[in-house]
Design a protein around this ligand. Structure first.
Ligand SMILES: *Cc1c(COP(=O)(O)O)cnc(C)c1O
Length: 950
């Protein structure tokens, strides 16, 4: 066993033996043999390099980083040099209190990151001049695609989507991919947009601000464009650079209905393309159509203002195939970084940064006079320079001077100034063009473009400009939240395991952090080598032939995989194959992704034992014999069971001409134990932010690689700016960057390298052992809904609370919120079966923590019984009143029929440094939050301070 394996797995040695004894097996292998169907159990060891210890893995990552050559990235195209304030890098990006948090579905323990996201929404709303902004999307390209889908839903007219020729090339390619399957006709307009709006029956138009060549349309031009669009009932989408908007007329001012873009240059490293938070903001009346998550204000049970996710009925986990989008994991951690950049700099600071960037661009423009011809006289940060026949020479000379420029074509060079560009860089650029270094003289200005509307006037953006204040603000917010650095987060299906510090450290190495996604391949050798080896390892682990890491969330991997299936059927002349069978228990993203890939969802029933009902499957296949495209199943199922019918299921679908998609989000139960690519599936997506240790970040980043067998390999995603990113036969890209969220791939690389074949298998086995241990201990107190062979579960188990609710009135919510008092994050609530809790302990938890959790659940059962027996009234008991905040417990009045100590310290948590108890007391920031109140009174940006007065 490699040394990291011992650090990663929570229960080893005597503790592991105790767990095994409790479950009734004498070894991990015996348990696997009993739990995993013999037909799929993998006996041979995976063919992976020997495990590295932590120091060796760190050295290997450092070598990969050193093999990249970021130079100074002045390529532009939506990715810009920026300076991450050290106080934010160390205390957010590198701080487990932020990066190990889960998506804020339990708002009472998430007020810190929810406030940071509300700041993000306020920042976006202010800068775009549009009233409602979401809490982040995946990248700029997909954000424009989401805006296109939104516009189509709202406008309900025609199928033409007009795209300004000034739109970023990768955005256009992502939009084309999305348009393919849904019958949208993408028309690129390289000329008069107003005329195009008059001649096409378009449902929407997207314009880029500033354009890809750096040029700016005047506000009057944009106003005329918006007016014509609105006359023709078309939605206007602005893809806008947020830093430019600190100086320019806001999209909302000139009439845009929707604004989207990236917030990368607000302090988020380039990361070779991601992760970065994209933004979306909409005009009034569109908020119920927003894709992705939205944070809103509500009140808690004490009437205190509190935040939670708003309007969730739009989302895939509720609306399924009628959701506004398939986005689940987004980019929370990066949105927090961007919002804190705005908090730290404030409106004046941001304006100064933008002025600095603009001033450098102007001085460079003046210096280049006579050495090339600028294509536009008004620009913010980007110059496009015509140098007939000399472009390659100029780009090469700049590289030699330490700067990467954009080679537009043989005659044209693009130069984009970022916050990090120095005078030395500017001189090197000038020299590459044969010009003298810039002086104080500038060319071009923003007269006529300047915004009049103020922004970021809220106190939060005007009071944290010293490092001390910033540090304390970050610490204060983090203290409100419960993340993995405090205790177990037993979330079914989300695999909240250890995020190893050794692998996290690598993401800040300049060689990984500062590389531009469109840097020449010669400057990206470290990344390219690491990505190849990671893809090979993932292929070996899953039994597939080819892997693409481009999708930047599980949902995007689903879309990519379904697009591969679609392409395959089309190539075979089977364009009628558009039906996607999806079991009733599937994750909501499955249905939403199928719709995006142009498929029709047909639901397959669940049998009594929780497995896919094969009789119903046969009937649905027969009913859709000619039109069957695919089945999408999760394995092990979301019911937490290894179904032994999986091979039959694959055969039935294949015999009918369909393809098998296995949702790999539950791969933690298969690590080293079974390989979907070998037991009958054609394609899967994986969730590196679940199984492969990338942190959840409070709701992103994610990486959702798509893995396929050989016959689907020609249909993996590609990229218009990097041929190496995918096959030439592809339908195109699904993400803006060639390798999606490349910057977090070192985390999974190191995780696999440090565990090796044996460690991965042992992790999978330990995860299954932990789940069975919890199931065994809880079974005497709560029914376990589904079990498979030998009464065993896979890596998670579903505790059925419905009988308890019926007998005592205590609900799933009561149990989940009471767990907070005991110092736990609640398990997954009411998915996939309403009225239940789905528990996934993962391999990383120790026996002591598993026991603490089981003890808490058992104690809660006794509390429920006390309610049932009448000892406590149904509306005044520790469960009903949970969670108990300091404000409640410290109140002068205490009128409840149970003591304060039971309210706040039911598990005997430690209160002082020398107190007794297994863990320190965690105090929730809010009492139970009323979600409905907030949906009725929607407030999604920082409210005026006076509103907190009472
Ligand atoms: C998490 C999950 C997904 C979606 O992944 P995201 O990264 O959140 O988009 C899909 N299916 C299942 C079963 C999941 O658990």
């Amino acid at each position: 066993m490699g040394s990291f394996t011992l650090r990663h797995i929570g229960a080893v040695g005597g503790d592991r033996e105790a767990l095994l004894r409790a479950v009734g097996y004498d070894s991990l292998d015996a348990l696997s043999a009993a739990a995993v169907p013999a037909g799929i159990l993998q006996r041979a060891a995976l063919d992976l390099p020997p495990a590295l210890d932590e120091a060796a893995a760190a050295a290997e990552l450092a070598a990969f980083a050193a093999a990249n050559n970021p130079r100074r990235a002045m390529i532009g195209l939506g990715y810009h040099g920026t300076i991450t304030p050290a106080v934010i890098r160390r205390n957010v990006l590198e701080n487990p209190a932020w990066y190990t948090a889960y998506t804020p579905y339990q708002p009472e323990i998430s007020q810190g990151r929810l406030e940071a996201l509300l700041n993000f929404q306020t920042m976006v709303s202010d800068l775009t001049g549009l009233p409602t902004a979401g809490a982040s999307l995946l990248d700029e390209g997909t954000a424009v695609a989401e805006a296109m889908a939104l516009a189509r839903r709202v406008t309900r007219k025609g199928s033409v989507f007009l795209v300004d020729a000034q739109v970023l090339p990768q955005t256009l390619a992502v939009v084309r991919t999305r348009a393919l399957a849904t019958g949208v006709d993408v028309v690129v307009v390289d000329g008069d947009l107003v005329e195009a709006l008059q001649t096409h029956e378009a449902f929407a138009i997207v314009v880029q601000v500033p354009g890809v060549d750096g040029g700016l349309r005047t506000p009057d031009e944009l106003r005329a464009l918006a007016a014509t669009a609105h006359d023709n009932n078309a939605t206007v989408i602005a893809a806008a650079d947020l830093l430019a908007l600190t100086l320019l007329t806001a999209p909302g001012e000139w009439g845009a209905d929707v604004a989207v873009g990236s917030t990368q240059r607000f302090g988020v490293p380039l990361f070779y393309g991601g992760p970065h938070a994209a933004y979306i903001a909409v005009r009034d009346g569109m908020e119920r159509q927003l894709p992705g998550r939205l944070v809103g204000l509500s009140v808690d049970a004490d009437g205190t203002p509190a935040l939670r996710l708003a309007l969730q009925t739009r989302e895939q986990h509720i609306r399924r195939d009628r959701a506004t989008s398939n986005i689940c994991t987004a980019q929370v951690l990066l949105a927090v970084v961007a919002s804190m950049y705005a908090v730290y700099h404030g409106p004046q600071g941001l304006r100064a940064i933008a002025d600095g960037v603009h001033d450098k661009a102007r001085r460079l423009a003046a210096a280049l006079e006579g050495h090339g011809e600028l294509t536009s006289g008004s620009f913010f940060d980007t110059l496009t320079v015509r140098v007939p026949g000399r472009a390659t020479d100029v780009v090469d000379a700049a590289a030699a001077g330490g700067v990467q420029l954009r080679l537009v074509d043989d005659d044209t060079v693009g130069v984009s100034v970022g916050e990090d560009a120095t005078e030395t860089d500017l001189a090197a650029v000038a020299e590459a063009f044969g010009a003298a270094p810039p002086t104080d003289a500038g060319a071009g200005d923003l007269a006529g473009h300047v915004r009049e509307v103020d922004y970021l006037t809220h106190p939060v953006f005007n009071s944290r400009h010293s490092e001390t204040e910033m540090l304390r603000y970050l610490r204060g917010l983090a203290d409100r939240d419960f993340a993995l650095d405090r205790g177990m987060i037993p979330l079914g299906s989300c695999t909240m395991k250890l995020n190893p510090t050794t692998s996290m450290e690598a993401i800040s190495l300049p060689g990984f952090a500062n590389l531009h996604p469109f840097a020449p391949a010669a400057d990206a050798q470290g990344y390219l080598a690491m990505i190849t080896r990671l893809c090979d390892a993932l292929a070996e682990i899953t039994g597939y032939d080819r892997v693409s890491v481009q999708p930047n969330a599980g949902s995007q991997g689903e879309f990519a995989g379904l697009m591969a299936i679609r392409s395959y059927h089309l190539a075979n002349g089977d364009e009628q194959r558009t039906v996607c069978l999806i079991p009733a228990s599937a994750h909501g993203t499955n249905a939403a992704s199928a719709v995006m890939a142009g498929m029709k969802v047909v639901v397959v029933k669940t049998a009594d034992d929780g497995s896919v009902d094969l009789a119903d499957l046969r009937a649905k296949i027969a009913a859709n014999a000619d039109t069957l495209a695919a089945i999408m199943v999760t394995y092990p199922s979301t019911h937490g069971v290894y179904e032994d019918t999986i091979t039959d299921l694959c055969a039935l679908v294949h015999d009918a001409g369909g393809q098998v998609y296995v949702d790999g989000a539950n791969l933690n139960a298969l690590l080293g134990l079974a390989r979907p690519g070998r037991f009958g599936a054609d394609v899967s997506h994986l969730n590196l932010h679940k199984t492969f240790a990338i942190p959840h970040g409070g709701g992103g980043p994610g990486v959702g690689p798509v893995a396929v067998r050989e016959h689907l390999a020609p249909y993996l995603p590609s990229h218009p700016l990097l041929a190496e990113a995918g096959p030439a036969t592809s339908y195109g890209p699904v993400s803006a960057a060639p390798f999606g969220s490349a910057g977090v791939l070192p985390i999974s690389y190191a995780f696999i390298a440090m565990l090796g074949a044996d460690g991965l298998r042992e992790s999978g086995q330990a995860a299954v052992l932990a789940a069975n241990y919890v199931a065994r201990r809880l079974a005497e107190h709560y029914p376990i809904l589904y079990t498979g062979a030998n009464g065993l579960v896979a890596h998670e188990c579903i505790v059925d609370l419905r009988p308890l609710t019926k007998a005592t009135g205590v609900t799933v919510d009561d149990v989940a919120k009471r767990l907070i008092d005991y110092g736990f994050h609640a398990p997954t609530m009411s998915f996939p079966v309403s009225g239940t809790l789905m528990i996934e302990p993962t391999e990383s938890e120790s026996k002591a923590e598993l026991d603490r959790f089981c003890d808490a659940m058992i104690a809660i059962r006794a509390e429920a019984d006390a309610v049932a027996s009448g000892e406590w009234p149904a509306d005044d008991n520790p469960l009903h009143n949970a969670p108990h905040t300091p404000a409640r417990v410290l109140a002068d009045e205490w009128a409840h029929p149970y003591p304060r100590s039971l309210a706040a310290r039911p598990g005997g948590q430690r209160l002082g440094s020398l107190g007794t108890g297994a863990t320190d007391k965690y105090w929730p920031a809010s009492a139970r939050i009323d979600g409905v109140f907030g949906d009725r009174n929607l407030v999604c940006s920082c409210p005026p301070v006076e509103s907190y007065a009472d």
